[in-house]
Design a protein around this ligand. Sequence first.
Ligand SMILES: [Zn+2]
Ligand SMILES: [Zn+2]
Ligand SMILES: [Zn+2]
Length: 284
Amino acid sequence: MPRIRQKRRVLLPPKMEGFKPFGMSRCKVGQIALTYEEYEAIRLSDYQGLTQAEAAEQMGVSRPTFTRIYEHARKVVASALIEGKTLLIGGGDFESDTYWYRCCACKQVNTSDEPAPYCQSCRSKDLKLLHDPSNDTNVSTLLCYHDLRIYVTNKGEMIMKIAIPTRANVVDDHFGHCEYYTLVSVDENNNIIAQENLQAPQGCGCKSNIAGVLQEMGVTVMLAGNMGQGALNKLSSHNIKVFRGCSGEVKQVVSDFIAGKITDSGMGCNAHHGAHDHQCSHHE
Ligand SMILES: [Zn+2]
Ligand SMILES: [Zn+2]
Ligand SMILES: [Zn+2]
């Protein structure tokens, strides 16, 4: 029998996706993740002033488990504060009774017992699901960071998955006709932690559902050569941000991207999804 894991109950989502330091050089800003249950531990203990025993009971975990969550939470917050890191709140291994959404239009957090068709405060239908009570395990959350979308996993790890249309180890100019896709996973310290190849679909990729396949695999960034508006729109609609104008060896392109040397060659910032909070001076 598998060991039954203690449930870590989180009452409500935080209002924000995270915190950014200011008054320092933005290029030096790193990032760190606080999981939802770590946020909850700080809320119960430091904000509400519960004893650790009371907080543990509220979260439905043993006292030692609570202490472990709480101490790690403090370490994460301290490291953001001292080192000047952006704190992203998301992901985690927890349960909550309600559906959580963030409205992409007004940024309001919505919670409800049933799936919500629109935002309770502005009626926008552009809602991003943060938590589904029918699927509590292994929650990973998609967050925006400097315009890029990063997954925070249930362990609080931040992963960005990049796809590169490839032919013979070189970026293929036409993403729909490439030989295969090189998929690269990058962690929060910009280390490449995994690399794999995904066979391109037969025939013209423009007509296939490759964008949907990549999205399901967790891809949020594509480094491509030239790309038409149609393909670009299709990838964007699957939450994949495309950097056009990349060329040369795949390995070099990835390391240039990680070093922040790559910007999209053909897209102005007003073409972004308007709801994504970012400051464009950094990547223009
Ligand atoms: Zn709204
Ligand atoms: Zn094509
Ligand atoms: Zn931008």
